[in-house]
Design a protein around this ligand. Structure first.
Ligand SMILES: O=C(O)c1cc(=O)[nH]c(=O)n1[C@@H]1O[C@H](COP(=O)(O)O)[C@@H](O)[C@H]1O
Length: 235
């Protein structure tokens, strides 16, 4: 039997009205939402407060990457807004990850904001990694494992990676790192701009703790029905 996997719907919309409409459509079928760069840049922390008022958990996906002092302060601020999860780029380094963890623990309420390190974006394949990072001699899996090691030693709670790297990361790190898997598609769904995609059931079997549901749910004709299909696949 697979462990409990938590689906998180990405509110990749341009304003609060769009976010509220999606939350209303999904009702009780979703209790955890992601506020990413687009919505946070448009509405700021008020949208996080609104989601908390609706009784929802919130993942603030800002993918921070700056000097440790700046990231510490940003993580502290995000934690104070009541986020449960926050991302930083693992490539910012161990010291930066540790600063994010430190800042998130200073926050109120509860200090309950976990730091996740983004490894290799699911929109990249091996040739994209080679072009951007200049590392032709390693595989995506090797890079993900190396960056996961930085997150673990920096005290992060988990990593973001594609479902394709989930099993090797689980084998190397066990329960030490929780795995958040984006690039999720229902069987037969369009990949869009993603390169490394997986179905909910396969990602769960590979060891995911959280799944990010973006367009597979939010762009569906019936988002609630798509969400029901996700829940069915995870049962
Ligand atoms: O950190 C993320 O959430 C993330 C990391 C990653 O490597 N790839 C990735 O797609 N995401 C996010 O996951 C969501 C994917 O959206 P869809 O492609 O519509 O499922 C977006 O909100 C992305 O920002």
């Amino acid at each position: 039997m697979t462990a409990v996997v938590i689906p998180i719907v990405a509110l990749d919309v341009s304003d609060r009205a769009g976010a509220e409409a999606m939350v209303r459509r999904l009702g009780d079928s979703c209790s955890f939402y992601k506020v990413g760069l687009e919505l946070f840049a448009a509405e700021g922390p008020s949208v996080v407060a609104w989601l908390r008022d609706q009784g929802k958990e919130v993942f603030v996906d800002l993918k921070l990457h700056d000097i440790p002092n700046t990231v510490r302060g940003a993580a502290r601020s995000v934690a104070r807004h009541g986020a449960s999860l926050l991302t930083v780029h693992a490539s910012g380094g161990r010291e930066m990850i540790a600063a994010a963890v430190d800042g998130a623990n200073d926050g109120e309420p509860g200090g309950g904001c976990a730091i996740l390190g983004v490894t290799i974006l699911t929109s990249m394949d091996a040739s994209g990694v080679e072009e951007a990072w200049g590392r032709s001699s390693v595989t995506v899996e090797d890079e993900v494992l190396r960056l996961a090691g930085l997150v673990a030693t920096g005290g992060g709670a988990g990593i973001v990676c594609s479902g394709h790297e989930a099993a090797p990361v689980r084998a190397a790190f066990g329960d030490r790192l929780g795995l958040l898997i984006p690039g999720i598609r229902l069987p037969g769904g369009a990949a869009h701009d993603q390169r490394r995609v997986m179905t909910p059931a396969a990602a769960a079997a590979a060891g995911a703790r959280w799944l990010i549901l973006g367009r597979a749910v939010t762009a569906a004709d019936d988002p609630a029905a798509a969400m029901a299909a996700v829940h069915a696949a995870l049962r």
